[in-house]
Design a protein around this ligand. Structure first.
Ligand code: ATP
Ligand code: MG
Length: 253
């Protein structure tokens, strides 16, 4: 499904005018069906707020969201969210965490358990089905978090710095894993990150946001063929282009 964000703005209002925070200003972009788009921008510019609005967890001050050109009214049915923190339930095991979304949808216990076990296989978590989050590594927890989102078959997946807290080797292998899942499932993905290497390796397009109040300052089209080699000349060239652009934007702001 395609996702369109149209003229979206957000101001958090406080008790007084001085407390108002202008976060997003007239954000416009479209993600075509099955595309992988990433968003990059300084800390506090409003990336999480943007995802929360798309997911229906926060109201926009103005603007609209469309899925396949129809205004989005029931995001919980179509949109999956992988949060900035793992957000796993500590009192639930791996399999219980993964089946949670199906439980909420009222799927019967046997069907949802079988589906969760299938995901455990696909996500390389065999042997950890009955472990609690505190018994898992960071990379495993993040795989549980992604499996928990995918099991509900969302059309669009929003990911908020999902690999931010991982070491670079685990991050690299999870990036590869995510690309494989994305290519097989043909989902539309909107991925937020601070990491320029990650954006150039993963995305079809990179949307750069300014600092608050945030607007789109540049969209990079990434036409590097897949599978990509993150050390290739073309990946390095794009990485430098994005880094130089962000550096200049910082200096001028
Ligand atoms: N519920 C809220 N009420 C008031 N202000 C908020 C609320 N949520 C976020 N903000 C403010 O909106 C701005 C953007 O926050 P947001 O979390 O979206 O940034 P971000 O780009 O995701 O940052 P980071 O990269 O650090 O995760 C911040 O100034 C934050 O203080
Ligand atoms: Mg954030």
């Amino acid at each position: 499904m395609s996702l369109k964000v149209a003229e979206l703005s957000k101001t958090f209002t406080g008790d007084t005018e001085a407390d108002h925070i202008d976060v997003l200003r007239n954000i416009n972009f479209t993600i075509d069906d099955g595309q992988f788009i990433s968003i990059i921008g300084p800390s506090g510019c409003g990336k999480t707020t943007l995802l929360r609005i798309i997911a229906g967890l926060e109201n926009a001050s103005s603007g609209k969201i469309f899925l396949d050109d129809v205004e989005l009214t029931n995001p919980q049915e179509h949109i999956g969210f992988v949060f900035q923190e793992y957000a796993l339930f500590p009192w639930r095991t791996t399999v219980e965490n993964i089946e949670f979304g199906l439980e909420v949808k009222g799927v019967d216990p046997k069907t949802r358990r079988n589906a969760a076990l299938e995901h455990i296989d696909i996500f390389g978590l065999s042997g950890f089905a009955n472990k609690y989050p505190k018994e898992l590594s960071g990379g495993m927890k993040q795989r549980v978090a992604i499996a928990r989102t995918l099991i509900t078959s969302p059309k669009v997946i929003l990911m908020d710095e999902p690999f931010g807290s991982l070491d670079s080797q685990t991050r690299n292998s999870l990036q590869e894993f995510l690309l494989k899942i994305w290519q097989e499932s043909k989902k539309t993905i909107l991925f937020v990150t601070h990491n320029v290497d990650e954006t150039t390796f993963l995305s079809d397009r990179i949307i750069a946001l300014s600092k608050r109040p945030s607007r789109i300052i540049k969209i990079f089209e990434v036409d590097i063929p897949r599978p990509r080699d993150r050390t290739s000349a073309e990946c390095n060239k794009l990485r430098k282009e994005v880094l130089d652009f962000l550096e200049k934007a910082r200096a001028n702001s």
